[in-house]
Write a protein that binds this ligand. Sequence first.
Ligand code: CTP
Length: 420
Amino acid sequence: MAHQSSARPRVVLGVSGGIAAYKSCEVLRALTETGQHVDVIPTASALSFVGSATFEALSGNPVTTGVFSDVPSVRHVRLGQQADLVVVVPATADLIARMAAGRADDLLTSTLLATRAPVLIAPAMHTEMWQHPATRANVATLRERGVVVVGPASGRLTGADSGPGRLAEPSEIAALARLLLESPDALRHDLAGSRVLITAGGTREPLDPVRFLTNRSSGKQGYALAQVAAARGAQVTLVSANVALPSPAGVDVVTVETALELQQQTEARAGDADVVVMAAAVSDFRPTRRRAAKIKKTEAEPDQIALSKNPDILAGLVQARAAGRLPAAVRIVGFAAETGDDRHSVEEYGRQKLARKGCDFIVVNDVGAGGAFEADHNQGLILGLDGSARQIPRGSKQLVAARIWDAVAASAAGPVGPLE
Ligand code: CTP
């Protein structure tokens, strides 16, 4: 049984022997900083990369690797039974093979067999090993058993190689691990085969080469949507406007600056998507003139910047679907930042916007409650065109993302998948 009390959540952090083992220290640190009790279980080969003193110092707990240490307490069974979550960073090809085979030849694999808690693995290995049919089959087996697989990302590997096999960013692994503690079934593999397009960030509308109009969007909600969708199996494209966050593992990131670029890149890809989520904060206006040279204070007219209206990209997608330029089955999700007042509640304003925009869902952030922009937490409502209303409890942006994907997946007959 997992630990059910209100005490600190207990996480087992397994570390297997690859060069990315050093990054497990960052995951460890991130988890302890947010209050988790972490027991680290390295494999014997992981200790060739990082010493147990580092894991002990960062976790504040003793580290053992073998099943024969601390025998009276049956450590391999106890750690697995008590855990609320087991995270393996990095998961090498060998560890994945041993997990798939159900081996129990060291403390980590024994713990993985003994636990009934959610298990998240973050693979890291050379591209050839990741793409080998044996590894692919092992990963598929683990997924069928409910193991959550985060990454790998594409990028620079050890030496001069580059390709899929790089460990997901430690901050992403930690965020998704925390999500599993908030909601253990938030990363089930129900978006496999579906293609999702997400916009994120805030557009910049230049006045000249050094100045622009923008907004306070950090892109965190859009990036969380991409992380969660990818971990749930979707093929994800992220159109990202001016976001200073690492790319989510396995996600195709297209960077844009302005609303017009965001429109162009989104419209170019929407036809290949099963779901489009407009999480970006799109500037409604842009300076009519974009000056090629920097505006000098001597020549400026201080009180006059002429503005032109930007297209409403979300409304345009809905119109394109109605006109048959996008598949009828594409689901479109918008966002709204609302505050209630003495005339209407946040929900009523959200409903009005949903009706105006004509999208399938609108995610209403209650910005009067001090959430949303730049924060790590969010709360609000998911309103459906079908009249549904789902309350999003206050939680991480990853939890909000998971609830949005739940709503989208539930709106389809069967899993969200290629819709032909
Ligand atoms: N959006 C868009 N194109 C714009 C402006 C907004 O696609 N030019 C999208 C956003 O990505 C978001 C939704 O529309 O999904 C927000 O709608 P909007 O009407 O801009 O809402 P608010 O910003 O809340 O604006 P308002 O001041 O009208 O309440």
